[in-house]
Design a protein around this ligand. Structure first.
Ligand SMILES: *[C@@H]1O[C@H](CO)[C@@H](O)[C@H](O)[C@H]1NC(C)=O
Ligand SMILES: *[C@@H]1O[C@H](CO)[C@@H](O)[C@H](O)[C@H]1NC(C)=O
Ligand SMILES: *[C@@H]1O[C@H](CO)[C@@H](O)[C@H](O)[C@H]1NC(C)=O
Ligand SMILES: *[C@@H]1O[C@H](CO)[C@@H](O)[C@H](O)[C@H]1NC(C)=O
Length: 463
């Protein structure tokens, strides 16, 4: 009741006070509805089958890096990767034969891809976790620059890093190219203020609210930049409406939706439909299950696709190497899982060292699990409120996840299932261990038999 009333009030207000002629409510409703209906028509048949091109739509801070380095890079050689496009418009559709595109680009990049030949996969994370992670990572990267005496010197270095060819720095990648410089400025200005004021310092004990050192979380989440690129970020990315979008029409739709929040429901509808049509949707929270599912639903198909593709007719000679490599190592789903687990634990330990080192520079602020427990209920509520579309999208993703689970179980049972499942569910190949165990038991029985026989012979002799 209350909500309905509020909605009505908002609608009325939007009607009475149009924000500007270009973005008035009526015009925006038309624009957004038109966009939604043209985005909803779908031509996706066989959603479970991997097509020629795999597009990994990497929503920032969902753990996609581990999927990229520990799954996709283990399957596809660099020559099969489409030109990197973490930034805008770097994707070069003229490079044909590329099989893998993994970027922070939003869904609008699909307009540049052969749609009917492209499968999309993504990972989603619970909105509160994603916002915390975006806050902490922006600060983590920015804090590394505190080795510099001042902002001018730090900016010069970061500009230098940007210019380095062949290296993709975090500072070039959307959304970090906005978030990191912003946090950098914040850290430097707070440090300068401390220098001027001098001791004694009293920082308090709440890392998420230590304003003398770093922008507090509650300030961060209410800032226009966070509204622009963090909140409801997953929904906007899947809908193709981030502020990094490749289509100019997207920016008008985006502006309308940001101005009139009631229009958000159309965006959500489109995002849900897109998730439905994806080859795979993983959940950061269900990490182990998601990885197993990825190996079985996507990995297995990539392996058969690369092995099946005829190396002789491939235009890119290097792709032959991949096929041969795959054949040489006899990549299986079980092996892929093993490789993944080793790779992930290495990657995690490197990442956690970098994180600890970086946070040393903003001590006593330290973003730990314990510190998080003290974040106020109000802040958490506000994050949920600011991410209402993402909250709904995440619920939908959880439903898809359950469906995928059932599908995978069915698939494993149907095919030469049992042994595959045996290998993959445990993420390990136990076949050999079992064989050795059986051999060992046989040998043992054999020895016991001979021992007993020899003993009886000896006792017979004695008599
Ligand atoms: C910033 O640091 C550099 C290097 O130490 C120094 O040369 C420069 O004068 C400093 N700039 C300001 C504005 O303090
Ligand atoms: C900070 O100290 C206060 C009082 O000493 C305590 O109630 C609070 O739980 C502490 N907060 C953290 C984050 O440790
Ligand atoms: C995207 O968002 C950032 C941060 O608010 C802003 O600086 C930038 O201008 C925006 N870009 C576009 C194309 O709107
Ligand atoms: C921050 O917390 C981590 C544990 O999460 C700890 O290992 C690290 O030493 C702490 N850093 C500082 C500067 O206290």
């Amino acid at each position: 009741m209350d909500h309905a009333f509020l909605l009505l009030l908002l609608l009325l207000l939007a009607r009475v006070y149009p924000s500007s002629s270009a973005y008035d409510f009526e015009h925006c409703t038309n624009t957004v509805e038109q966009w939604a209906s043209s985005s909803l028509h779908s031509d996706s048949k066989d959603g479970h089958i991997l097509k020629d091109l795999l597009f990994f739509l990497h929503v920032p801070r969902t753990g996609g890096r581990t999927y990229f380095y520990c799954f996709l890079k283990k399957l596809y050689s660099s020559s099969l990767e489409c030109p990197r496009s973490y930034d805008k418009l770097h994707f070069d559709p003229r490079k044909r034969n590329c099989r893998l595109l993994a970027t922070h680009d939003d869904y609008s990049i699909m307009s540049k891809l052969p749609r009917e030949k492209t499968s999309v996969v993504t990972l989603l994370r619970s909105p509160i976790e994603r916002v915390f992670s975006a806050y902490e990572f922006s600060i983590e990267v920015a804090a590394r620059f505190l080795v510099h005496p001042n902002m001018t010197s730090a900016s010069r270095t970061s500009a230098h890093l940007r210019l380095k060819k062949g290296v993709i720095s975090t500072l070039e990648i959307w959304p970090w190219k906005y978030l990191v410089p912003w946090m950098m400025e914040e850290l430097f200005s707070r440090r300068d203020a401390r220098k001027i004021k001098g001791p004694p310092y009293s920082y308090g004990n709440d890392s998420y609210n230590m304003k003398e050192i770093v922008m507090p979380l509650h300030e961060f989440i209410n800032h226009p930049v966070a509204l622009d690129i963090i909140h409801n970020g997953a929904t906007f990315q899947v809908a193709g409406l981030t502020n990094n979008s490749n289509k100019w029409e997207a920016h008008e739709v985006r502006h309308c939706v940001m101005t009139h929040q009631t229009l958000g429901k159309h965006v959500l509808e489109v995002a849900k439909k897109r998730l439905d049509d994806m080859l795979y949707v993983g959940l950061t929270e269900d990490h182990k299950e998601s990885a197993t599912m990825f190996a079985n639903l996507v990995g297995s198909q990539v392996i058969s696709q690369l092995v099946a593709s005829n190396p002789v007719t491939e235009a890119v000679s290097k792709s032959r190497v991949t096929t041969r490599q795959l054949l040489k190592h006899k990549m299986t789903v079980g092996k892929l899982m093993e490789t993944y687990e080793t790779c992930v634990s290495k990657l995690r330990s490197t990442q956690s060292k970098r994180r600890i080192n970086s946070f040393k520079r903003i001590s006593p602020a330290n973003f730990t699990k314990e510190a998080r427990l003290h974040v106020s209920e109000d802040v958490l509520k506000k994050i949920t409120l600011l991410n209402s579309l993402d909250v709904e999208l995440y619920k939908h993703a959880q439903k898809i996840f359950v469906r995928q689970q059932k599908f995978m179980e069915q698939k494993l049972l149907d095919s030469d299932g049992i042994s595959e499942m045996w290998q993959t569910v445990h993420g390990k190949n136990y076949k050999w261990e079992i064989l050795y165990l059986v051999l060992f038991m046989l040998l043992l029985l054999f020895f016991i038999y001979f021992f007993v026989k020899a003993k009886t012979r000896i006792s017979k002799l004695k008599i």
